[in-house]
Design a protein around this ligand. Structure first.
Ligand code: NAP
Length: 555
C-alpha cells in the first residue's frame, strides 16, 4: 500500500512538473515581431488569438508590426539576399535541416499552442508537424543534391560559319525577398515555415512572413525555431523575419514595398486577388503565387452509381466532414446524371452525414463565413436541403449540410459555384451527359477533380475526362480529393481561381520553381561561373549539355 501511495505521489509530482514546465515554456511567446534576428514591438496596436474549443481568448498579447519595422525587415532581407543567394546548396540544406530540428525541439509547447489557437486535435497537430518537418528535409535533400537548378549548357563553337557560336550557360537564380502569407487552416504546413517558406529559402530567397493572426503564437514559436537555426548555421541576419498583424495593412505594406520581389499566399479568393492586383499595380509588378478557393468537383459516373451508390456515399460523408470541411480540397460539388443510383447516393449521403458528430471550426470568423455562405447558397432558387444537422452544437462547432440542385439552375446561377468553406457539399443533378459536360465546362478553375467510375466506364466517357482536365490541376480516379501527398509529382494548383498561375504547384519540391528566374551567362570565364555551370562539374550534378542530359565534365 505504502509503495502504491509513493508511486502515486511520484506520478503526481511528475504531472505537476510537466504542467509547470509547459507553462514556463509557453512564456516563450513574447508577442513581438522578429525583425531579422531581433525581437521588436514598437507599435501600440495589440491583439490576441482565440481558442475556439474553449470559446475564449488566449493569454498571449501580440503587437502588430509598424511601418518602421516592416521597412527595417525588408531592408535587412534585401541585404541578406546579396549573400544568401550565393550560399551553396549544402549550406542552405544545413539551415533547412536545422529549422526542422528546432521545430521538433519545441515539442509539446508547439502542439499545445497549435491546438489552443485552431481547435484542431492533437493528432492533426502531430501529423502537420511531421509534414512540415518532412517538407523542410525534402527541400534540403533537393538543394544538397543540386540538380534542381536545371543547369543547361550550349557549348560555343568559334569555327561556326557565318557567325561563331557563343558559349551560353543557364541556371535557375533566386528572385529576391519573398513575402509569405500563412494560411488559417494549416498553422504549420502552409504557414510560417510551411511549404512556401521552405521552397523560397531553398531557392535562395530571404523570407518575410506575414503571420496569420489566428495562430500568431504558433507562428512566433516557429519563427523562433527558424531564427535559432539561422544563427546556428550562420545565415545572414534578415534571411527571415516574422511580422504580426491583426488586419490587412501589414500585408498590403509588405506587398507594396519595392524591396519585395515575390509573394506566396494561401487563403480566400478575395484576399489572394486583392494582393495579386496590388502587386500588379506596383511600379515594378511582381508575381503573386496565390492558392485560393476550390470546390473540387467529383463526377459520379452512372455505372458506378448503379453498382455501389451506398458505399460511395458513405465514403463521401467522411470526406466532406473531415477536418470540419476546412480543407482546400474539400469535395464541395458532386456531379451526376439523374438516375435511381444518384437518388440512392443523395439519400445515403444525407443519412450518413448527419450521423457524424459535428466538430469545431478554426475561429468564430471562419464559422461566421461558413454560416453566411451556406445561407447564401441555400437561399438560391432551385436549391433543396437534403441533410442538415439541426441539433444544438457547442459554440464554433459547424453543422454539416448537403443540398441538391438541377444542372440547368447550376448553369444559370454562378452564386451556386461559391466555396462554402466547411462541412458542406452540393449535388448537381444533370438531365443527361451533355448537360454534365456543359456544367464541367462552365466551372471556374479548381485544384482537383475526381471521377468515380466502374471497370471500363472511363473509356466510354472521355469527353467528361477531357472537360475535367481543362478545369483542374489534379485528377483523381475512384478516391477522395482530401489528402494531398507531398511528393515531386504532386500538382497542388490549377486554373484561376484555384491559383493565380496554373503553371506551378504549391506542394512538393517542384514548388521551388516559383521563386527563381532563368539566368544565362554568355562566354563567361569558367573560373567565375557558379559551380553548377563550371566545366569540371565539381558538384557532380545532372546537366543538359548540347541537348543531352549527363553528369559529365566538359573538356
Ligand atoms: P484570408 O481571409 O484570405 O486571409 C489570409 C491572409 O491574407 C491573412 O493573413 C489576411 O490578413 C491576409 N489578407 C486577406 N485579405 C487581404 C488583403 N486584401 N490585403 C492584404 N492582406 C490580406 O483567408 P483565411 O483567413 O485563411 O480564411 C478566411 C476564408 O478564406 C475562409 O473562410 C475560406 O473561405 C477561405 N480559405 C480558403 C482556403 C482554401 O484553400 N481554399 C484556405 C483557407 C481559407 P488578416 O487576417 O490579418 O486580415
Amino acid at each position: 500500500m505504502q509503495k502504491y501511495l509513493l508511486s502515486k505521489k511520484v506520478a503526481y509530482k511528475r504531472v505537476n512538473f510537466k504542467k509547470k514546465y509547459l507553462k514556463n515554456k509557453l512564456r516563450m511567446i513574447t508577442g513581438k515581431n522578429y525583425i531579422g534576428n531581433k525581437l521588436s514591438a514598437k507599435g501600440n496596436k495589440t491583439f490576441t488569438t482565440f481558442n475556439p474549443e474553449l470559446n475564449q481568448e488566449n493569454e498571449s498579447v501580440f503587437t502588430e508590426a509598424t511601418t518602421e519595422e516592416i521597412n527595417e525587415a525588408v531592408s535587412l532581407a534585401t541585404k541578406a539576399y546579396k549573400e544568401y543567394s550565393k550560399i551553396s546548396g549544402t549550406k542552405k540544406a544545413a539551415f533547412l535541416n536545422a529549422i526542422a530540428d528546432e521545430i521538433l525541439a519545441l515539442d509539446d509547447v508547439l502542439i499545445k499552442t497549435y491546438c489552443s489557437e485552431s481547435g484542431l486535435p492533437e493528432g492533426r497537430a502531430n501529423g502537420e508537424r511531421g509534414r512540415t518537418v518532412g517538407q523542410l528535409r525534402g527541400f534540403a535533400n533537393l538543394i544538397a543534391a543540386g540538380s534542381w537548378v536545371d543547369a543547361t549548357i550550349d557549348k560555343g563553337d568559334a569555327t561556326r560559319e557565318p557567325q561563331p557560336k557563343p558559349d551560353i550557360r543557364k541556371l535557375n537564380f533566386p528572385l529576391g525577398p519573398v513575402v509569405v502569407f500563412g494560411a488559417s487552416n494549416f498553422p504549420l504546413a502552409f504557414s510560417t515555415a510551411g511549404g512556401d517558406t521552405a521552397a523560397a529559402l531553398a531557392a535562395g530567397c530571404p523570407v518575410l512572413v506575414k503571420s496569420h493572426p489566428m495562430h500568431a503564437g504558433t507562428g512566433e514559436l516557429i519563427a523562433t525555431a527558424v531564427i535559432k537555426a539561422a544563427e546556428k548555421t550562420k545565415m545572414p541576419n534578415g534571411v527571415f523575419s516574422n511580422l504580426n498583424s491583426s488586419g490587412i495593412e501589414v500585408g498590403q505594406k509588405l506587398v507594396s514595398n519595392s524591396g519585395v520581389k515575390a509573394v506566396g499566399f494561401t487563403g480566400s479568393i478575395k484576399g489572394g486577388r486583392a494582393l495579386y492586383d496590388l502587386a500588379a499595380k506596383r511600379e515594378e509588378p511582381i508575381p503573386v503565387f496565390a492558392e485560393m478557393g476550390s470546390i473540387n468537383p467529383v463526377v459520379l459516373l452512372p455505372k458506378a452509381l448503379q453498382n455501389r451508390a451506398v458505399n460511395i456515399a458513405t465514403i463521401y460523408a467522411g470526406s466532406i466532414t473531415v477536418g470540419t470541411g476546412q480543407f482546400c480540397t474539400n469535395p464541395g460539388l458532386l456531379l451526376g446524371i439523374k438516375s435511381e443510383g444518384l437518388t440512392t447516393f443523395v439519400h445515403t449521403l444525407s443519412e450518413e452525414i448527419v450521423k457524424i458528430n459535428p466538430s469545431v471550426m478554426l475561429h468564430p470568423n471562419i464559422k461566421k463565413g461558413y454560416l453566411n455562405n451556406k445561407e447564401k447558397v441555400v437561399s438560391q432558387k432551385g436549391v433543396s436541403v437534403t441533410a442538415n444537422f439541426t441539433e444544438d452544437v457547442k459554440a464554433n462547432y459547424a453543422q454539416q449540410a448537403v443540398v441538391t440542385v438541377n444542372g440547368s439552375e447550376f448553369l444559370k446561377n454562378t452564386t451556386l459555384h461559391l466555396e462554402v468553406f466547411g462541412p458542406f457539399s452540393m449535388v448537381v443533378q444533370c438531365e443527361n451527359e451533355a448537360e454534365l459536360e456543359n456544367v464541367i465546362d462552365h466551372l471556374e478553375g479548381q485544384l482537383t477533380g475526381t471521377i468515380i467510375a466502374d471497370d471500363n466506364e472511363l473509356e466510354n466517357h472521355t469527353n467528361i475526362v477531357n472537360a475535367l482536365q481543362n478545369r483542374v490541376g489534379r485528377i483523381i480516379f475512384n478516391g477522395v480529393p482530401t489528402g494531398v501527398e507531398v511528393c515531386e509529382s504532386m500538382v497542388h494548383g490549377g486554373p484561376y481561381p484555384a491559383s493565380t498561375d496554373s503553371r506551378f504547384t504549391a506542394v512538393g519540391v517542384g514548388s521551388i520553381k516559383r521563386w527563381v528566374r532563368p539566368f544565362s551567362y554568355q562566354d563567361w570565364p569558367n573560373n567565375l561561373l557558379p559551380d553548377e555551370l563550371k566545366n569540371e562539374n565539381p558538384l557532380g550534378i545532372l546537366r543538359s549539355i548540347d541537348g543531352k542530359k549527363s553528369t559529365e565534365k566538359i573538356n
